[in-house]
Design a protein around this ligand. Structure first.
Ligand SMILES: Nc1ncnc2c1ncn2[C@@H]1O[C@H](COP(=O)(O)OP(=O)(O)OP(=O)(O)O)[C@@H](O)[C@H]1O
Length: 374
């Protein structure tokens, strides 16, 4: 364990900024290597179908995918709550495939708070330390430090049932952090919270992780949340990993149509004819610079320019505005080109934002067009 205490790295007056860096250096955040992980439930359910994944020490890593894709199973295997049928798991250079949960330096925060409702915040936070045999006086100090760190100092003597959902989730996080695990697993910890509180806690969680330099493995099915929080994301489907990459990579360069759709892309069009870079879809024919050999054309909504009226030119399409969602910083449009729809996002820099029913020209650059396989 690190010599530096949690309080020393808290962002409070009097703490030398170098304490942060020092603690990061001291803390032995762990890398995680998974190889060939398989898990089956009963005869018919394949939860994991050969997962190979490397997570770097100190990384905020997210497992993203639809319900039933195997995210929770993978997390439970990391925690030691589930045993893989096949494959190996190495944490911090040590093979822990057969090591029981309490002997791994891994802690978990679940979606439901999993706190003891009849105990005070202080008792909840101290629970794990008590189990480890830490003396009472030392526990007291440690609880105050962590409560301060996570900005719950004034709540420690309250009972858990007197707290709001957001406060309970912060306590659950504090309780997982207090034992200073090398790896923290988070299974949709924010999904029960309303939108405002959720985005506030997203920012807090990210700050805590960066400050502690711990390895976080975060599970979500919300692609926006994954993009905001993560250093890297693994997109799962049907127990297999589809793509691993930084948020921008996964959003801008999805490797297949599943990943593209899951990252929120709707502009996917079957290619009916192709001559070199000239690709024909239901939208018309467009020129792409280096489109690859996929059978679907992907057009990212934010790569489109909307010009008023009909403007002739290469890679120009004439469209009609069917829907406009004004969002202040930007506006989202649903455009109709014949029977086909196209989504466009336009940055609001005081430029013309077309009205519903208006005819516009959609312009797209050849380098922004890519093709994907189903
Ligand atoms: N204990 C179990 N017994 C039987 N089947 C299970 C068990 N746990 C998971 N499964 C099945 O394994 C598959 C993967 O489940 P898992 O919970 O890992 O998915 P998930 O991606 O976390 O889904 P969600 O987002 O809904 O929590 C699913 O088909 C699920 O029904």
């Amino acid at each position: 364990m690190s010599e530096t205490t949690t309080a020393e790295i808290a962002d409070k007056p009097g703490v030398h900024p170098a304490a942060d860096e020092q603690d990061r250096a001291n803390r032995k955040a762990s890398s995680i290597e998974m190889q060939g992980l398989h898990k089956r439930f009963g005869r018919d359910t394949v939860a994991l179908d050969g997962v190979d994944l490397d997570i770097r020490a100190g990384e905020f890593f997210t497992l993203l995918g639809p319900s039933g894709c195997g995210k929770t199973t993978l997390l439970r295997i990391l925690a030691g709550l589930e045993e893989p049928d096949d494959g190996s798991l190495v944490v911090g250079g040590k093979n822990v495939t057969e090591v029981p949960p309490h002997r791994r330096s891994v802690n978990t925060v679940f979606q439901s708070y999993a706190l003891f409702p009849h105990l005070s915040v202080r008792e909840n936070l101290a629970f794990g330390l008590k189990m480890r045999g830490m003396p009472a006086a030392e526990r007291h100090v440690k609880v105050d430090e962590i409560a301060d760190f996570i900005k719950l100092g004034d709540l420690v003597d309250r009972h858990v049932d007197q707290l709001s959902g957001g406060q309970r989730q912060r306590i659950a996080l504090a309780r997982a952090l207090i034992c200073e695990p090398d790896v923290l697993l988070l299974d949709e910890p924010l999904s029960a919270l309303d939108a405002g509180l959720r985005s506030q806690l997203q920012v807090e969680l990210l700050r805590v992780q960066k400050r502690l330099g711990m390895t976080f493995v975060f599970v979500t099915h919300d692609q926006q949340e994954a993009m905001v929080m993560s250093d890297r994301i693994a997109v799962l489907n049907g127990g297999t990993i589809q793509q691993v990459g930084a948020p921008r990579e996964v959003y801008e360069r999805p490797v297949n149509a599943f990943v593209a759709r899951f990252m929120g892309h709707d502009n996917l069009y079957p290619i009916s004819n192709r001559q070199g870079g000239r690709l024909t879809t239901a939208l018309g024919t467009l020129t792409a610079e280096d489109p690859g050999d996929g059978e679907l054309l992907l057009i990212r909504p934010e790569t489109l320019d909307l010009l008023p009226g009909k403007v002739e030119g290469d890679n120009h399409l004439t469209a009609k505005v069917a829907e406009r969602l004004y969002r202040g910083s930007h506006a989202e449009f649903r455009l109709e080109i014949g029977d086909t729809t196209l989504q466009a996002t336009v940055n609001n820099r005081g430029r013309h934002l077309p009205e519903i029913g208006e005819t516009v020209t959609v312009a797209v650059a050849p380098e922004d067009l890519v093709t994907l396989h189903e």
